[in-house]
Design a protein around this ligand. Structure first.
Ligand code: C5P
Length: 239
């Protein structure tokens, strides 16, 4: 299956709400993101359901624990056969290395392991919070660069980052280092609580590997049309 560069965030509370939403995409193989909200409610059966419909899956659980626990958790999660999964870079190099080992050891026979990316700073973290609550004196951008470099050295396949950071991180860490970027707002759509946003076209010019889009699609009057427009905008833009 070729994976779409548009990852649709399934920020729904249940399998039934997810099913209702996906009915609008019948026949279309999507790349979807399942986060804590949906996975904690429905567990592995939500993944089985999505795989049976031929969707690629980003399991966005942002693991962060001691290396051994993350290893075991990843070994189990790899058996679900998802395509992409993530951890917090804050867990450190040993935790990131063990995460990849767990995925390798748990992968389904005859398949490649899920790609693993690191969250550097959450988009909700402000410069003030970084300084006053995590006691880090570096500017936010430098902190993100350092964490992304550590992620790369620790065997991560890429990072979740703002599209505004994507180009710089690719310059520093190489083009094959994956950048997955939320904070996408097509022209005319509501900004909501996202701060550092770009359009799909800008994100592509900034060399995002994949864009994560939630509300501009899930809350649209016609989600299929909204998705198709974003896909077209992406395809018409040169990277
Ligand atoms: O609705 P919206 O397009 O803002 O959704 C973006 C998705 O990406 C949400 O599922 C959100 O949790 C996720 N995300 C984010 N910023 C991050 C990491 C994940 O917005 N740094």
């Amino acid at each position: 299956m070729t994976k779409s560069p548009i990852i649709v965030a399934l920020d729904f509370p249940s399998l039934s709400a997810t099913k209702t939403f996906l009915e609008k995409f019948e026949g279309e193989s999507l790349f979807v993101k399942v986060g804590m909200e949906l996975f904690y409610q429905e567990g592995p059966k939500i993944i089985e359901f999505l795989k049976a419909q031929d969707h690629a899956i980003f399991l966005d659980l942002k693991l962060h624990d001691i290396p051994n626990t993350v290893y075991s958790a990843m070994k189990g999660l790899a058996q679900l056969g998802v395509d992409l999964i993530n951890v917090h870079a804050f867990g450190g190099s040993e935790m990131m290395r063990r995460a990849v080992e767990g995925l390798e050891d748990g992968k389904l026979q005859g398949t490649v392991r899920p790609l693993c990316i690191a969250v550097t700073q959450l988009t909700s973290t402000s410069a003030k919070q970084l300084k006053e609550e995590t006691f880090v004196d570096l500017p936010l951008e430098q902190m993100v660069e350092k964490q992304a470099a550590l992620a790369s050295q620790s065997g991560m396949d890429g990072v979740v980052c703002s599209p505004l950071e994507s180009k710089r991180l690719k310059e520093l860490l190489g083009h094959s280092f994956i950048t997955v970027t939320p904070g996408i707002r097509p022209l005319g759509s509501e900004q909501g609580d996202q701060h550092r946003i770009t359009t799909p076209a800008e994100a592509k010019r900034l060399k995002a590997s994949y864009i994560v889009v939630g509300r501009p699609i899930t809350k649209a009057d016609n989600p299929f049309e909204a998705y198709t427009k974003i896909k077209q905008e992406w395809e018409e833009t040169r990277q």
